[in-house]
Design a protein around this ligand. Sequence first.
Ligand code: HEC
Length: 104
Amino acid sequence: MLVSNTTFRGLLVALAIGLLTTLQVQADEISRATLLSISCAGCHGTDGKSPGSIPVIGGKSSDFIATALRQFSSGERAGTVMGRHATGYTDEEIQLIADYFAGR
Ligand code: HEC
């Protein structure tokens, strides 16, 4: 054998750790945007495709969604529920939510 058993095992362990770390990072990124947008689905529908009278937001541009959220939050844009719902998100979270729905 060209490589000793110990070296081979060491390589396998290193490979497994590398793989797990990669998977972990991807899982974290997916769940943050998804988790944040779950609260919107109750009204705007799964993936923002509302079946009722509440506006569809899935597939609208990220800019449109982010601007609307900031305007509802500041009171610049009037709404029945969005003024309350849009507050409490950081700028980074608004961007994550906007990108999430824009990609639906
Ligand atoms: C309780 C129900 C409810 C929830 C939860 C909710 N929305 Fe809304 N949303 C509405 C309603 C109703 C409107 C229409 C404006 C209003 O009356 O507030 C609206 C309007 C909007 C608009 C403007 C759409 C347009 O075409 O002008 C955007 C963008 C939006 N919501 C995004 C979101 C996002 C993102 C979330 C989650 C962070 C969310 N909403 C959570 C009910 C909701």
